[in-house]
Design a protein around this ligand. Structure first.
Ligand SMILES: [Zn+2]
Length: 347
């Protein structure tokens, strides 16, 4: 299904990358005989109650055919690894992270959103967490405006799904619409799921309190945009050049967006994977945030295969900023090839 929707091109292998990684590791150990521990720079400080202006660059500009594009960071969220993949063997999870020189206790999820200037629209894909997830996130509007894009100039908001870290930013701290001139788009099954009188997640691995919080935020935010929202069928073209690709499992109506302009295309995924060591190398591990973890695994594997086969550029909300990259495959596992941040001159 996914190959039909996002196309297919020859596969790329990443065995060479693994070989280079292995050789590099050996070289490091040979050179120094010392172990190097990645700084735990992204762990949330439990004492932190307020974070002032972000002190580093938080936008990444690129072009996609005739479209201007930009990834905007909203902040980061940090979770214990054991919470994130609760059914994975802890030793295997630690090994996967250690192989990438990552901390084994906590895992940071970036919160990235995508801005597009198409021929006719100023589009935002997802809105960040707003004020729903504490002081380490909620900087999307600030960073967007620092890049010269006012929130009022956004006319189209596409939602991948209705979790708080994607729709929290629909409202500002005063409870008003943060993007007051926008039209909103969300899939019909996603809307229906969260707006049902009683929302149940019988397969979810999340505790009841967290489930209730997610439901509360979704109902509040979706109700606030109700009269300006178009609900679309999975697979529909939303605006010219942007098509919704079903990506269900994380939530019942989640979509990714396939964006095409000229010869270029980009798949802006919903929450299909979060971490290359955990979810790409081990796509069969259940993820705590998936409403239906088993369906989430099936979608993850199908979408990863389609992305790898098509060699298509992807933008992933929770991968390290800017969250742009490619996916390679080797057997049952996948690997992440990030687009690296680069210095840019002028506009
Ligand atoms: Zn998310």
């Amino acid at each position: 299904m996914f190959n039909d929707l996002i196309g297919s091109k020859p596969s790329r292998r990443w065995g060479l990358m693994a070989l280079i990684t292995t050789l590099s590791l050996g070289l490091v150990l040979w050179l120094g005989g010392v172990t190097w521990q990645a700084p735990d720079a992204f762990a949330q400080d439990p004492e932190a109650t307020e974070i002032s202006t972000p002190a580093n660059a938080a936008v990444y500009r690129f072009t996609l055919g005739d479209f201007k594009a930009m990834v905007i960071n909203d902040g980061t969220l940090t979770f214990p690894v054991s919470f994130f993949v609760p059914n994975a063997d802890p030793a295997a999870a630690s090994a996967a992270l250690e192989n990438h020189f990552l901390a084994t206790d906590n895992l940071s999820a970036y919160v990235n959103a995508l801005y597009l200037e198409t021929d006719d629209h100023r589009v935002l894909v997802d809105t960040g967490a707003g004020n729903t997830f504490g002081p380490t996130v909620g900087y999307l509007v600030q960073n967007l405006e620092a890049a010269g894009i006012s929130a009022d100039s956004i006319d189209t908001i596409l939602l991948t799904h209705a979790h708080a870290d994607h729709i929290g930013g629909l409202l500002n701290d005063a409870g008003e619409l943060a993007f007051k001139n926008a039209e909103y788009y969300i899939s019909e099954p996603e809307w229906d799921f969260w707006q049902a009188p009683t929302v149940t997640m019988p397969n979810s691995l999340l505790d009841q309190e967290t489930q209730a919080t997610l439901v509360g935020v979704a109902k509040e935010r979706l109700t606030a945009i109700a009269d300006r929202t178009t609900r679309f069928a999975l697979g529909a073209e939303i605006v010219p050049g942007i098509t919704a690709v079903p990506s269900v499992g994380h939530t019942p109506g989640q979509v990714s967006y396939l964006i095409t302009s000229g010869e270029d295309s980009l798949l802006a995924t919903g929450d299909v994977f979060f971490s290359d060591p955990l979810n790409l190398e081990h796509p069969n591990w259940e993820v705590v945030f998936d409403t239906d973890p088993k369906q989430g695994i099936e979608t993850r594997k199908q979408l990863l295969e389609a992305i790898a086969d098509s060699r298509r550029l992807v933008m992933v909300p929770h991968m390290p900023f800017p969250g742009l990259g490619h996916v390679g495959s080797q057997g049952e596992a996948y690997g992440w090839e990030p687009i690296l941040w680069e210095f840019m001159y002028g506009n």
